[in-house]
Design a protein around this ligand. Structure first.
Ligand code: FMN
Length: 169
C-alpha cells in the first residue's frame, strides 16, 4: 500500500472533483490516498504524488505552480503524475499548434518532465456554473449544454487505476 497525495488547484471546484475521483479510485485499489488543495499541501510523508490544476488563459493556477516550485526536491525523489483540466465547448478533431498552447501548459510540462514526472495528461473541464464575472457568464451562456462538462469519469478513473497498478501493493 502506498500513501498518495492528490494535490489540486481549482477556482470553480471542477478540478477538485477530478482529484477526489482519482483519490477515490486509488483507495478502491488499496492505497491510502488523500486529495488536498495544493495551496495547503506538502508531499512530505507521502510515497507518491498526483498534481493537477485547472487551466486559465493557457496557464496553471498559481497554487499548483507554487506547489511545484516548493516541493521540487521531494517530487524529484518520488513517483509523481500530473494532470491539467480545461477543455470545454465543442472540441476540434485536429487542434493546431496555436490551439495546443491553450490546452497544455507548456512550461509546466517542461518543468515536470525535468523532475521526472511519469506522465502529464489533459482532462476535459467544466464551464463554471457559478460565474463570477462577465467572461465566465458569457462562456456559460455561449456554450451549448452538452459541451459544458467534458469531464470523462471513466477516463479519469482508468488513469488513476493505471497509477494504482504501478505503486507497491
Ligand atoms: C476565464 C477562463 C479562462 C479559461 N482558460 C482556459 C485555457 O486557457 N485553457 C483551457 O483548456 N481551459 C480554459 N478554461 C476552462 C477551465 O479550465 C475549465 O472551466 C475548468 O474546468 C475550470 O476548473 P475549475 O472548476 O477547477 O476552476 C478557462 C475558463 C475560464 C472561465
Amino acid at each position: 500500500m502506498a500513501r498518495v497525495l492528490v494535490a489540486y488547484a481549482t477556482k470553480h471546484h471542477s478540478t477538485a472533483e477530478i482529484a477526489e475521483a482519482i483519490a477515490d479510485e486509488l483507495r478502491a485499489r488499496g492505497h491510502a490516498a488523500e486529495a488536498a488543495e495544493a495551496g495547503h499541501a506538502t508531499a512530505d510523508g507521502f510515497d507518491a504524488v498526483v498534481l493537477g490544476s485547472a487551466m486559465y488563459l493557457g496557464r496553471w493556477r498559481r497554487e499548483a505552480r507554487h506547489f511545484l516550485a516548493h516541493e521540487r526536491q521531494r517530487l524529484e525523489a518520488l513517483p509523481f503524475w500530473v494532470f491539467s483540466s480545461g477543455p470545454i465547448g465543442e472540441q476540434k478533431a485536429d487542434p493546431s499548434p496555436e490551439d495546443e498552447k491553450w490546452i497544455e501548459p507548456r512550461k509546466v510540462v517542461e518543468q515536470v518532465e525535468e523532475l521526472g514526472a511519469r506522465e502529464h495528461v489533459v482532462f476535459g473541464g467544466r464551464v463554471p456554473d457559478d460565474p463570477g464575472n462577465f467572461v465566465e457568464r458569457s462562456l456559460l451562456e455561449n456554450t451549448p449544454e452538452e459541451f459544458r462538462d467534458l469531464r470523462d469519469w471513466d477516463e479519469i478513473r482508468a488513469w488513476a487505476g493505471r497509477i494504482a497498478d504501478t505503486l507497491p501493493a
